[in-house]
Design a protein around this ligand. Sequence first.
Ligand code: PSV
Ligand code: MN
Ligand code: MN
Length: 388
Amino acid sequence: MSDVSAVKAALKSQVIETPSWGYGNSGTRFKVFAQAGVPRDPYEKLADAAQVHRYTGVAPKVSLHIPWDRVEDYPALTRHAQDLGLRIGTINSNVFQDDDFKLGSVTHPDPTVRRKAVDHLLECVDIMDATGSPDLKLWFSDGTNYPGQDSITGRQDRLSEALAEVYERLGEDQRMLLEYKLFEPAFYTTDVPDWGTSYAHCLKLGPKAKVVVDTGHHAPGTNIEFIVAFLLREGKLGAFDFNSRFYADDDLMAGAADPFQLFRIMHEVVAGGGLEARTDVNFMLDQCHNIEAKIPAVIRSVTNVQEATAKALLIDTDALAAAQRAGDVLAANGVLMDAYNTDVRPLLAELREEIGLDRDPFGAYLASGNQERIAVDRVGGEQAGWGA
Ligand code: PSV
Ligand code: MN
Ligand code: MN
């Protein structure tokens, strides 16, 4: 696509969902660094997400993580989101922070623990009913640390059984997104370690089950764009958890470590129709901001995703197809690199101006005084959940 108005239209319709936990205090298992002005409850996390949307114009959805964002009254939280111009996005389940889950959650050898885990997932679907959230995200820390610790096959059977029960509970318009991760916290086997495992379970479950690609969850050197292209072609790419990794599950700002990889991913997204409503791909961030200011970091992450998307949209697809047909390797690669090397910041600035926003969301937020205001107004902010 190289028609600028079509590129702009596609960029205006892209929605980037931000994570509630990205606004709270976070850290590593070594240290959580507290910052001034962080939210004290889910209501304030939504207020911070609203700041990101206010300056970027493309981030009206917020992911919740249960129990980190557990509240008494979900309809009230949903109304609060709406009043801020937001909506509740994905409900992220959490069966990885309870002593009972030491040997696993839905794959635990003890059926009473499995019951507890599945009940939590069902509770998350109840929350989706109350908030109008379309997606349930499942990530399991389940696995083993030592050879012989448990049966790999038995654990797959238990996983399959649990997923089927939750799938049955989903409403007409609700989906289940199954995330995979190579390792951690389990180090020998992980029960959903890769896209193939997730894909096989989703295929068996049915059309409402799709795969989540968290960009930080692969072995070094993995060609993530291939996975994206494959899943999109099969109609099984449900969502992204965007973040950057240098070494493992770093959860740093999307597009920070390797903007070229993000561009390559977005090229496959665009080529496979992943920006079109019919494919229903959800673009989420899954990040924590441990040492940097949180709201500006989320703004930067959103604009990094937008820049990669804009570059992917600028690829001259006719020239690319012609070069590919002719077997002209260098010309084909050149078409991609031309788009990647384009400075899309002026285009994005223009686009923002067209929808009544400041050309520079990052600078406009810093100049707004919000950061200083929340530092004074909020005392005793919440930990995000990680590094607890
Ligand atoms: C696990 O590493 C993960 O990527 C899952 O998406 C969790 O829900 C999330 O991190 C929490 O940050
Ligand atoms: Mn994730
Ligand atoms: Mn992760």
